[in-house]
Design a protein around this ligand. Structure first.
Ligand code: KG4
Ligand code: ZN
Length: 350
């Protein structure tokens, strides 16, 4: 069976064709980044209009690349939440029309489930078999959470922590914007950080009085912006910035995000072990920030120390894409979950 995956929750119009073994036959992504760059962030109204313009060409392109016709599709998976409501509505309305017209089932997909399962997709060949239980860390522009995922018949996803304020990707973007770096900021901070020394500028680890293992990145964001101002690291001023100091700053800031992620998952791991129950055997990383090499390296080491198998997503499956939505939809279909096409509701929150 072939599944069409539709993703329009934010600033990427992406449509993919996947088979029932999780092989990606096509995964076309039309990014709107250039349209939003002048504003330093996503403008919801612009995003919705761009999805409308690009939907049909992206669909045609994806079908052509997969070498299939609409009539060969067996099901449609579409991101129905969370995201920008106007943007979601474009994908959901189109999916409903296709499902109705073709007479095939539809599944609404939680965008975060797309990121959770994305590390198991491969550029070539069938998807890696899902472990019966794995930890999933999703770090994106809108979310930062660790999940305990049970696959198969008793499919279940339990959230172990979340961010109490900003998401990891969001602070990368906001600090980058302040520095005068282009949107989205994560890849640019990573690029600049490559030449820096993370030990030169250190940021404290966020802690809660109640010893919660939730993430919190807004204090780091405020401190980073204050530090950048004090050290005159803002490129937008028109004056030349000391490149070495900027690199040290970016390396320190990126390191602080990775440090907090490691500290939280270490404590959660200890808590799970203390509960005395069986432990997950694998850790999967997902979301746009999963493209960050520093985070990938740190988690690879963390897993090696605990003899866990680490699953890092291919770079094309880190940021938003239709293939991960089709794959998450496949998990729903395999578990016997489908939706009434007339009842699917786009929701801005998960
Ligand atoms: O998953 P995604 O495409 O969208 C959401 O669902 O939010 O993630 C986008 C986020 C942006 O905040 C972007 O700055 C961040 O992922 N990102 C990165 C890197 N590549 C993308 N952050 C750090 N390092 C990167 N290499
Ligand atoms: Zn995403």
């Amino acid at each position: 069976m072939l599944i069409l995956g539709i993703e329009t929750s934010c600033d990427e119009t992406s449509i993919a064709v996947l088979d029932e073994r999780g092989e990606v036959l096509s995964n076309f992504i039309a990014s709107q980044i250039e349209r939003h760059q002048p504003f330093g962030g996503v403008v919801p109204e612009v995003a919705s209009r761009e999805h409308l313009i690009h939907f049909a060409p992206v669909l045609e392109h994806s079908l052509r690349e997969a070498g299939v016709t609409l009539r060969q599709l067996g099901a449609i998976a579409v991101t129905s939440r969370p995201g920008l409501i106007g943007a979601l509505l474009v994908g959901v309305a189109a999916a409903q029309g296709l499902s109705y017209g073709l007479g095939i089932p539809i599944v609404g997909v939680n965008h975060l489930e797309g990121h959770i399962y994305s590390p198991f997709l491969q550029k070539k060949g069938t998807a890696i078999e899902l472990p019966s239980r794995f930890l999933s860390l999703v770090v994106s522009g809108g979310h930062s959470s660790l999940y305990d995922v049970h696959s198969g018949a008793g499919r279940r996803i339990e959230m172990l922590n979340r961010t109490r304020d900003d998401a990891a990707g969001e602070v990368f973007d906001k600090v980058a914007k302040f520095l005068g770096l282009p949107y989205p900021g994560g890849p640019h901070i990573e690029r600049v950080a490559r030449g820096g020394d993370a030990g030169k500028i250190r940021f404290p680890l966020a802690r809660f009085r109640d010893e919660s293992t939730d993430f919190s990145f807004s204090g780091l964001k405020a401190m980073a912006i204050r530090t950048a101002r004090e050290r005159e690291l803002v490129t937008a001023s028109g004056e030349e910035v000391n490149e070495d100091r900027l690199a040290d700053f970016c390396a320190g800031f990126q390191g602080a995000i990775v440090d907090q992620i490691e500290e939280r998952i270490t404590r959660i791991w200890t808590q799970l072990a203390e509960q005395g129950a069986s432990m997950p055997t694998d850790l999967a990383l997902g979301g746009g920030v999963a493209a960050n090499s520093s985070l990938r390296e740190r988690l690879t080491g963390w897993c090696a120390e605990r003899r866990l198998t680490v699953h890092l997503p291919e770079r094309t499956f880190c940021t938003d894409n239709g293939a991960m939505i089709a794959f998450a939809g496949l998990q729903r279909l395999l578990a016997g979950e489908t939706d009434d096409s007339r009842q699917i509701i786009a929701q801005s929150r998960s």
